[in-house]
Design a protein around this ligand. Structure first.
Ligand SMILES: NCc1[nH]cc(CCC(=O)O)c1CC(=O)O
Length: 349
């Protein structure tokens, strides 16, 4: 790790240092990074966007199946660039981050979240319930597969990868009857109008942290971390995402396992009729047989981590598989996570 003298120059005003923000090359990643860059510029900072080609992007371009590209490929290159001092900030889709923290990096800000739900893009404007039995639905995510299969609609679920545009094009071209995607990706790309249904979390819970972003910087760059937090951070989102990811961690599952979780900070009345914030959390996990177990919990916002972990314990007691197979959508890499091996790094998704 290179030691960098960052404290000398201010972040705004006369003689300000330029904040270099790293992004993956995909249109969605660049759009998300632009959003963050605009907010920082608005706050008076000078920013530069640096595109980092990740191993995942390179192998995708070369046509390598995701199962051979290893874990965390979409995240590691960005993190390495921050640690090396090539960039100052990494903007990630939060749901792609492994639950383990990385030495030398700090999660400086969790910005406002997009609608976290999943969306269906189907031919002829259909919703899930209108698709005929045998209709072919593209999704490589074990979480989506488990929950959609459980609806008992007789749909054929087929693996699919690629960016948002590639996936929707398979429906437009008639190769698939429908695809399931994160609504947040569609919204950020200005294509939410192409969704034919937004899936009800009562039926399909989104991936932990879906729709949220994570802004990381070097842990020793306290000046920047403080600025990112002051400018971008949304504490309610951070609390919700903490609870959701704690379910994943509590199950011992890598991100991308067949685990759904959705938390919200809601207003409630305490015993004296005062308005208080409370955390509400729902989660779903698959059993080894592919059945679903569901649970929910509420509590104090400051207990987010414990609430998530305890809900995970309940799900385990109800038969949830302790370690699901890896891979939410593009990150599918089930060949990398052998059941029972406890010491592998968690794959990203
Ligand atoms: N696993 C890939 C991935 N990571 C983040 C998003 C979408 C944006 C988000 O969830 O914040 C997607 C695509 C998808 O699931 O459709």
């Amino acid at each position: 790790m290179t030691a960098i003298d960052t404290a000398a120059a201010p972040l705004t005003g006369e003689g300000a240092r330029t904040i270099r923000i790293g992004t993956r090359a995909s249109l969605l990643a660049r759009t998300q990074t632009d959003l963050i860059a605009s907010a920082l510029t608005e706050a008076g900072a000078t920013v530069e966007i640096v595109t980092i080609a990740t191993d995942g992007d390179r192998s995708q371009a070369a046509g390598t199946p995701i199962a051979q590209t290893g874990v965390g490929v979409f995240v590691t290159a960005l993190r390495d660039a921050v640690l090396a001092g090539d960039i100052d900030v990494a903007v990630h889709s939060f749901k792609d981050l492994p639950t383990a923290s990385v030495a030398g990096l700090t999660l400086a800000a969790v910005p406002a979240r997009e609608d976290p739900r999943d969306a269906l893009v189907a031919r002829d404007g259909m919703v899930l319930g209108e698709l005929p039995p045998g209709a072919v639905v593209g999704t490589g995510s074990p979480r989506r597969i488990a929950q959609i299969a459980a609806l008992g609609l007789g749909l054929e679920l087929v693996p699919i990868r690629g960016n948002v545009d590639t996936r929707i094009a398979k429906v437009t071209r008639g190769e698939l009857d429908a695809v399931v995607l994160a609504r947040a990706g569609l919204a950020r790309l200005g294509r939410v109008g192409e969704a034919t249904e937004v899936l009800d979390p009562l039926q399909v819970l989104p991936a932990p942290a879906q729709g949220a972003l994570a802004c990381e910087c070097r842990a020793d760059d306290a000046q920047l971390a403080g600025f990112l937090r002051a400018t971008l951070h949304d504490e309610s989102v951070a609390v919700a995402v903490t609870a959701e990811r704690s379910v994943l961690g509590g199950l011992g599952s890598p991100c991308g396992a067949p685990v759904g979780a959705l938390a919200e900070v809601v207003e409630d009345l305490d015993d004296d009729g005062r308005v208080v914030e409370r955390l509400s959390l729902r989660a779903v996990a698959a059993t080894a047989e592919g059945a679903l177990v569901r649970g929910s919990a509420t509590g104090e916002t400051e207990d987010a981590e414990r609430i998530g972990r305890e809900l995970a314990e309940e799900l385990l007691a109800d038969g949830a598989e302790p370690k699901g197979l890896a891979g939410d959508e593009a990150q599918r890499s089930s060949t990398h996570v052998a059941p029972g091996t406890g010491d592998q790094p968690p794959p990203a998704s």
